[in-house]
Design a binder for this molecule. Structure first.
Ligand SMILES: [Zn+2]
Length: 196
């Protein structure tokens, strides 16, 4: 898609992201306000970075024979709107106008089906005990500042906060306070348990 240079956003696509279109998306319900940003972490295989397999997975091009872990991903069709790699590269798979398949069964602040009204951002990282790169925080902050200008975002939460007991990402090494400070937002934007 040709992106007009003058606009930061064009039909839900962010100008500073590399576009890698995924077929894994659907329409949001009519008149849905995008009010939530969901932070995730992923690495494929687990704890290995820079393999390119996340992009393959989100676009249904993963070779499942390459690694035993990939066997369990056969037939799984998922996506996020964005991926921030270890080297800070930013990739966009799905237009923010559309509903990406990142949250699964989920609920936040009494509202189910978070995919309907959220934007999903994956950080390349280990789900358990893995830290994130400074550059990833910077790219995340710039992206989220831009999302706040474009959409009526009211909350930021981790996958672990909207799918309790089922998901643990981005994990306890994600520094929510650092993220909050970088955006200059009040703590009310964030899950209760990460408030200072
Ligand atoms: Zn997740």
């Amino acid at each position: 898609m040709q992106h007009p240079d003058s606009e930061l956003w064009f039909e839900g696509w962010y100008r500073f992201a590399k576009q890698v279109g995924s077929p894994n998306f659907g329409q949001r319900p009519a008149n849905t306000k995008i009010q939530l940003v969901v932070i995730h972490s992923i690495s494929l295989p687990p704890n290995e970075f820079g393999t390119g397999h996340i992009e393959e997975f989100f676009t249904n091009r993963l070779n499942h024979d390459l690694h035993p872990y990939f066997e369990g991903l056969r037939g799984v069709k998922v996506s996020s709107h964005f991926l921030i790699k270890r080297n800070s590269d930013l990739i966009q798979f799905v237009s923010c106008s559309d509903r990406a398949w990142h949250a699964g069964e989920s609920s936040y602040k009494g509202r189910d089906n978070c995919n309907d009204f959220s934007i999903g951002i994956e950080l390349e990282g280990a789900e358990f005990g893995g830290t994130f790169e400074q550059g990833q925080y910077e790219t995340l902050s710039a992206l989220c500042a831009s999302l706040l200008m474009e959409y009526p975002i009211e909350h930021f939460a981790g996958h672990e906060h909207i799918a309790r007991g089922r998901k643990k990402d981005p994990g306890d090494q994600f520094n929510w306070l650092k993220f909050q400070k970088s955006l200059g937002l009040q703590s009310s934007y964030f899950p209760d348990q990460v408030r200072n």
